[in-house]
Design a protein. Structure first.
Length: 93
């Protein structure tokens, strides 16, 4: 099920923004916060669909997101990620 108000449930909701929008190796620390987040998929879809350029969103850096956007320009990332998550859940993962 897709969570519309995902930001209220995000693992990073209590973090200071300057701790989330970092560069280089510091991004790995932020990605660890994302790793156990229950709304990681929704967060990533938001960043991809809106082409947000800065920060770690859904466990991906801006460089990682740019690579995805190049592979599937014009995709509805919400639909892509929601379908992938549904398929994974149907397979018992």
């Amino acid at each position: 099920m897709w969570v519309e108000d995902w930001a209220l449930r995000a693992a990073c909701r209590d973090e200071k923004p300057d701790q989330l929008f970092v560069r280089g190796a510091e991004q790995n620390k932020v990605k660890q916060v994302c790793a156990g987040c229950t709304v990681r998929t929704e967060c990533l879809a938001e960043a991809l669909d809106n082409q947000i350029e800065w920060g770690v969103w859904g466990g991906m850096t801006e460089r990682e997101r740019r690579a995805l956007l190049r592979r599937r320009p014009g995709a509805s990332w919400r639909k892509v990620l929601e379908s992938a998550r549904d398929a994974q859940l149907a397979n018992g993962h």
